[in-house]
Ligand binder design. Structure first.
Ligand SMILES: [Zn+2]
Length: 242
């Protein structure tokens, strides 16, 4: 397959996050998205007839988190399964074998340890807008954040640390933020991210990642320490570039 820059621009035009990536960085993101589509296989779940534009958009959303990490961070698995809507897996909702489920009653996304990422196109389309409570929502970033998390000791909320990072600090900062949000939730205070974040440390990291890329101003304001560590991990400063 060969895509043009114009095809790519048109496919990602309605995703507000893209305004942040300009010049050299935008070119790098486009090239990475093209390489993503060469290395990965997007296949249809059910009989969904998806388009090239959909593939380009998914690849771009998947590559935003790893833009300054490298495509190798998605090695060791190959397939993205794309459904038209939510899908229902024929197995128990949550097991301890590395399967991580996404939010919602029907599943809108899922990432398997060393297996495929499964996505619902309907949910991806809801992604560009904040949900009614002004919270971030990006199922692609969510599921691919699980993939990064799984690179170290399974999905536990802690991806591999860079040499200049401390896993002890990561643990302390995320635990403190988690405890504070649990307390806020108990007192019915509004949270800066969806409640689903408080399901498990893995979901917490995935939802924090969605918030970091979609509405960084909220994350920096409400969770400055988590924001700082996510800047270090993703090697990006989403606010400076806005
Ligand atoms: Zn999840």
């Amino acid at each position: 397959m060969g895509f043009t820059a114009a095809q790519w621009e048109s496919a990602i035009a309605d995703w507000p996050v893209m305004h942040r990536y300009k010049g050299h960085e935008r070119n790098a993101l486009r090239n990475m998205a093209f390489r993503f589509l060469v290395r990965k296989k997007i296949i249809s779940g059910g009989a969904f007839q998806f388009t090239d534009a959909m593939c380009l958009k998914i690849a771009t959303m998947a590559c935003v988190p790893i833009l300054h990490l490298g495509l190798d961070w998605y090695d060791h698995w190959k397939t993205v399964i794309l459904y038209e809507g939510d899908f229902i897996p024929n197995r128990p909702y949550r097991s301890d074998d590395g399967v991580v489920h996404s939010k919602g009653p029907g599943l809108s996304g899922e990432a398997w340890l060393r297996g495929p990422v499964i996505l619902s196109w309907k949910t991806i389309c809801e992604t560009s807008t904040k949900n009614p409570h002004g919270k971030a929502n990006n199922v692609v970033i969510h599921e691919f954040a699980h993939k990064l998390d799984m690179l170290r000791d399974g999905a536990n909320g802690a991806p591999p640390m860079h040499p200049d990072m401390s896993s002890g600090e990561w643990h302390d900062v995320f635990t403190a933020a988690w405890n504070r949000l649990q307390k806020d939730k108990k007192h019915h205070h509004s949270l800066p991210l969806i409640d689903y974040a408080l399901t498990s440390p893995a979901e917490f990291f995935a939802v924090c990642s969605e918030t970091f890329f979609e509405i960084p101003e909220v994350m920096k304001d409400k969770m400055p320490e988590v924001f700082r560590l996510l800047c270090q991990f993703y090697r990006q400063q989403p606010l400076l570039k806005s």
